[in-house]
Design a protein around this ligand. Sequence first.
Ligand code: 3MF
Ligand code: MG
Ligand code: MG
Length: 412
Amino acid sequence: MKPVPPSGQKALVERLMQACGGGYSPETRRKYFISGPQWAASYRGQALFHAPTREAIGFEDVIREYARIGIGFWTTHDTDVIPTEHLGKDGQQEIVAAIRKSLANHGVRCSMVTAETFYHEVFAASPAAEAPEIRAYAAFRVNNTVDLGHELGAQYAVYWPGSLGYYVQGAIEETQTLRWYADALNSATEHDIEVARSKNRPVLKHCLEAKPFEPQAEILLPTSDAMLAFIASGLLTHPEMVGLNPEYLHELMWGSAPRAALARALVAGKLWHFDINDGYRLKHDVDIGVGLVNPLDWLNVLVLLRSHGYHGPFNLDYKPPRTTSNHGVFAVSFPSAVDRFITLWEMAGEVSEDPVIREATEALKAGAGVPPGADAKAIFEANKDLLTLHELIAHRLVQILLGLHRGRVYLV
Ligand code: 3MF
Ligand code: MG
Ligand code: MG
């Protein structure tokens, strides 16, 4: 093949993207509660050992491009759009007005706001640091984020504590730090009750997001389960207002089964928001597009969520790879992630309706019909052929993933 000069590269990417099979229409994509984060689309490819590879872009570009693709909802950290020095000041009001205009012009809604309590140097010792002025500042930040949420029409506020933990041992007393962290959340929920009352709006759903490693060495609330225990600990004044925003990869990173972590949140009634992406076990937070690494696991996750009537947002918290250009972010990354999600969601529906899986599942639940009082050996012997259905169901799930149940055949 001849070299492809810069002037021909975008057209090539677009032609090959078309050749992949078009994609769902923006109208179809908008039917899903899929949200696109400001930080995901404006991520420039930087990391500890990586220089940025993309130009900076602002909220106008992100909102316009999400609208064009058919991503109906937008989410943001306070400081993704408002410089730290303008927070809570007149500068914030001007930016909020501009965001509202942009959202209205493009028919996109803000579904979630989140406080950045991890990036700025003031949070070096976490938002629940010893110095009372740091904690008072953290409370200001979460309260101000609640204000932003109401002004932008959001229903959800998310908190990823980020640096709640330590690199070196000795200085941190964990129970104290957890109490101080609870103080910040209590401030946010109490402030929310007042603001919601004054604006005649429902209170926000406050969702905690756990991550097992990074950016601290030791993390005080590393998993969704730790956060469930924290919500139920008695430290929160309004635990009924606080739920979870699990992230698929964050649960996978520590070696868990994300589906099981989601199930535990579901039975606790706390699965309110969900960050969707993909990656690898026991690696860093690579935030790859949903379904690019573990499509089978993703299918299984969506079977669970569909069957439990999860109606919350699917937030595309992923980082377009460094090898993707600014053009590629909206030409390839976001449309492909959305479409892969929709296909997997539809497949999850097929799994739930599939006659083979349905009959096998019902047969397993019916058991062999051994009369009560039989001994262990007799129960096992009576059920052993039925139990083969576990593997058969797994095989069928993969067939559905690969399209084999629709007549796809491999010729030999
Ligand atoms: C970090 C994350 C965060 C959170 C966000 C909360 C930058 O790994 O996942 O994204 O999702 O801060 O909304
Ligand atoms: Mg996240
Ligand atoms: Mg992540």
